[in-house]
Write a new protein. Structure first.
Length: 132
């Protein structure tokens, strides 16, 4: 079973969505976690956006990169800036995705931003699962 870690700055949205998708796509093939430079919370709009595609990430927790250890087979950073330094690992991938938590506007406008990031994460995670 391959160990896959998704990293972003606050472990609140992008990495949480990636973790949720990989768990859903191939639960028997991967051990998957997500983490950030600092732990915060799973963003409620990330939970809402994922629920729309049938994946519940509400039970996932935000973790710091220091809490998840090393020796990952694959580490994927999903941030556009301020990415944590990946722990010692095999394959390192970088997916530059803007932070939807930084979006401003009404709840509906912000949710639309989360949906766009969700869809981008979904297609990338699906490809990753197929290639590993």
């Amino acid at each position: 079973m391959k160990r896959v870690l998704f990293l972003c700055s606050q472990n609140s949205a992008r990495s949480q969505m990636a973790e949720g998708f990989l768990r859903a796509f191939a639960p028997d093939r991967f051990e998957v976690q997500s983490a950030g430079t600092r732990a915060t919370r799973v963003h409620p709009l990330a939970v809402a956006a994922m629920r729309e595609v049938g994946i519940d990430i509400s039970k996932q927790t935000s973790k710091s990169v220091d809490a998840v250890g090393e020796a990952w087979d694959v580490v994927v950073t999903v941030c556009d800036s301020s990415c944590p330094v990946p722990p010692r690992s095999g394959l390192k991938l970088r997916w530059k995705l803007p932070d939807p938590a930084a979006a401003r506007g009404t709840r509906a406008e912000r949710l639309e931003i989360f949906r766009g990031i969700r869809d981008s994460v979904q297609s990338r995670v699906r490809l990753l699962a197929q290639r590993l």
